[in-house]
Design a protein around this ligand. Sequence first.
Ligand SMILES: Nc1ncnc2c1ncn2[C@@H]1O[C@H](COP(=O)(O)OP(=O)(O)OP(=O)(O)O)[C@@H](O)[C@H]1O
Ligand SMILES: [Mg+2]
Length: 85
Amino acid sequence: EEEEEEFIRIRIDDNGSGVHPNEFEKIFHPFYRVDEARTRTTGGTGLGLAIVSNVVKEHQGKVWAEESELGGLAVTIALPLWLNK
Ligand SMILES: Nc1ncnc2c1ncn2[C@@H]1O[C@H](COP(=O)(O)OP(=O)(O)OP(=O)(O)O)[C@@H](O)[C@H]1O
Ligand SMILES: [Mg+2]
């Protein structure tokens, strides 16, 4: 799919709290965490999705977040099966 190239899609859905649509792109920025109040208590650094985003970009793929039908967040990674050199 997508411009006659072949992509594989990996989609992870969850039924958690999700994020507001305003945040769908921001959560991929380094050190961005939606709930600032949780920063000290819940351990995360806000780097996980930024690393995912960089790795996917290096592989000429795409990653995005959207609302899940399960009520939480859905994150999809699309990777080309063949790299354009
Ligand atoms: N599945 C999800 N459901 C709801 N919010 C999420 C989800 N995944 C990420 N987020 C939000 O996006 C923010 C950034 O996620 P990211 O994975 O980059 O950082 P983190 O999990 O906080 O820390 P780290 O991954 O570095 O340990 C999270 O702090 C959270 O607010
Ligand atoms: Mg994380």
